[in-house]
Design a protein around this ligand. Structure first.
Ligand SMILES: [Fe+2]
Ligand SMILES: [Fe+2]
Length: 339
C-alpha cells in the first residue's frame, strides 16, 4: 500500500467466534482444521520400487507435473490468499483465509518432499528451472498472479481467478498421481495428492460461495458483464491449458484423457461460482481409472461431506525425554516418516 493511502484506525475489534454472522465461515473453519495434515507424515520412500519401474518419459512427466503444481501452490500461498484477504466481509473469513494460506504453503512444500525422495539433486534443479521459465506454465501462473497483484482489479474477479486455479488449473497435474493410484502405483505420492485435492475442493467451494454472495450485491448488468468476462477468461485459460497438457503428456500418450479431465473440472469450477457448465464432458467421460483414483481414495470431493481420508493425525500424548532421541539424519533414515 502506498503511504498516502494509509488511513489510521482509531479502533481495532477482537474476533468473536460466539457471534458468527456467516455460518459458512464457521463450518469451513471446522472442516479445514479437522482435515489438517503435514507432508512429513507420509512415507513417500515406500514408493521407490514403483518409481524405478517407470521409464524416463513417465518419470519426466511425473517430475514436471509436480514442478508445475509447486508453482501454482506458490502463487496461491503468496499472492492469492494475500489478495483475497483484502476483501473480506467478516473477521471469520480472514481466519479461514489464514488457514487456507498456510495450507497452500504446506501443499507447495509437499512436492519438494516428493522430489527429495524420487529425484536426484540435478533433476530437482532442472525441474525448478523448467517451472520458473516454461512458457505455458508461466502463462497461467502469471495470468492468475496478475489478477491478484493488481490493486485496481475487481475483488470479485480475483475470487474467480482463485476458483479457476483451485478447481480447474491444478487438474492437469493431479491427473498423473490419480492415474497411478488407479493402477495401484506410487500410492504414497498419491496419498499426498489426495490430501491436497481434498483441501482444494473445500477452498474452491468456499471462495466460490463468497463470490456468489458478493455477486448478489451487483446490478443485473454488472452480473451479466461478470459472467461474460468469466467465460472469456476461462476460454483463454483453457486455450493455454491445452498447450500445457500437450507439452506434459504427448510423450506418454495421455493428452486426450487429460483434456477430458480438465474440461470436466472446468465445469466444476463454474459450478462453484454458481454458473452453468461450459463443456459437454461429464464424470462418465473421464478415464474410469482416474475417477477410480478419486473415488477409491478416501478423499471427499464434496464440501461438508464427512472427513474420510485415510490420513490420521497422531494421537496426542505428553512428551518425555525419549522424544528427543532422534536418529542421526546423516544415517539416511527419514526421521519424520510414519510406519
Ligand atoms: Fe493448494
Ligand atoms: Fe487451495
Amino acid at each position: 500500500m502506498k503511504l498516502e493511502e494509509f488511513k489510521p484506525v482509531n479502533q481495532y475489534k477482537a474476533i468473536n467466534w460466539n457471534e458468527v454472522s456467516d455460518m459458512i465461515d464457521k463450518a469451513t473453519w471446522e472442516k479445514l482444521t479437522e482435515q489438517f495434515w503435514l507432508d512429513t507424515r507420509i512415507p513417500v520412500a515406500n514408493d521407490m520400487d514403483d518409481w524405478r519401474e517407470l521409464d524416463d518419459d513417465h518419470q519426466w512427466t511425473v517430475g514436471h507435473v509436480f514442478g508445475g503444481l509447486t508453482l501454482l501452490d506458490t502463487v496461491q500461498s503468496e499472492a492469492g490468499l494475500t489478495a483475497l484477504k483484502e476483501d473480506v466481509k467478516t473477521p471469520h473469513e480472514t481466519a479461514v483465509l489464514n488457514n487456507i494460506q498456510f495450507m497452500e504453503s504446506v501443499h507447495a512444500k509437499s512436492y519438494s518432499t516428493i522430489f527429495s525422495t524420487l529425484n536426484t539433486p540435478d533433476q530437482i534443479k532442472e525441474i525448478f528451472e523448467w517451472s520458473d521459465t516454461e512458457e505455458y506454465l508461466q502463462n497461467k501462473a502469471v495470468k492468475i498472479a496478475n489478477m491478484y497483484l493488481d490493486p485496481s482489479q475487481d475483488p470479485l474477479k480475483k475470487k474467480v481467478a482463485n476458483v479457476f486455479l483451485e478447481t480447474f488449473l491444478f487438474y492437469s497435474g493431479f491427473y498423473t498421481p490419480l492415474y497411478y493410484l488407479g493402477h495401484n502405483k506410487l500410492n504414497n505420492v498419491a496419498e499426498i495428492i489426495k490430501l491436497i485435492l481434498r483441501d482444494e475442493s473445500v477452498h474452491g467451494t468456499y471462495i466460490g460461495y463468497k463470490f456468489q454472495v458478493g455477486l448478489r450485491d451487483r446490478t443485473e448488468k454488472q452480473q451479466q458483464d461478470m459472467k461474460d468476462w468469466m467465460y472469456n477468461f476461462l476460454y483463454e485459460l483453457y486455450d493455454n491449458e491445452e498447450k500445457y497438457t500437450h507439452l506434459l503428456y504427448d510423450q506418454v500418450g495421455w493428452t486426450d484423457d487429460v483434456l477430458t479431465f480438465i474440461r470436466y473440472n472446468a465445469n466444476k469450477a463454474l459450478m462453484n461460482l454458481g454458473q452453468d457448465p461450459l463443456f459437454p464432458d461429464t464424470a462418465s467421460d473421464v478415464n474410469p481409472v482416474v475417477m477410480n483414483g478419486i473415488s477409491t481414495s478416501t478423499s471427499n470431493h464434496d464440501f461438508f461431506s464427512q472427513v474420510g481420508n485415510g490420513y490420521r493425525m497422531g494421537a496426542v500424548e505428553a512428551m518425555n525425554d525419549s522424544d528427543y532421541d532422534v536418529k542421526d539424519p546423516n544415517a539416511g533414515k527419514d526421521i519424520n516418516a510414519c510406519d
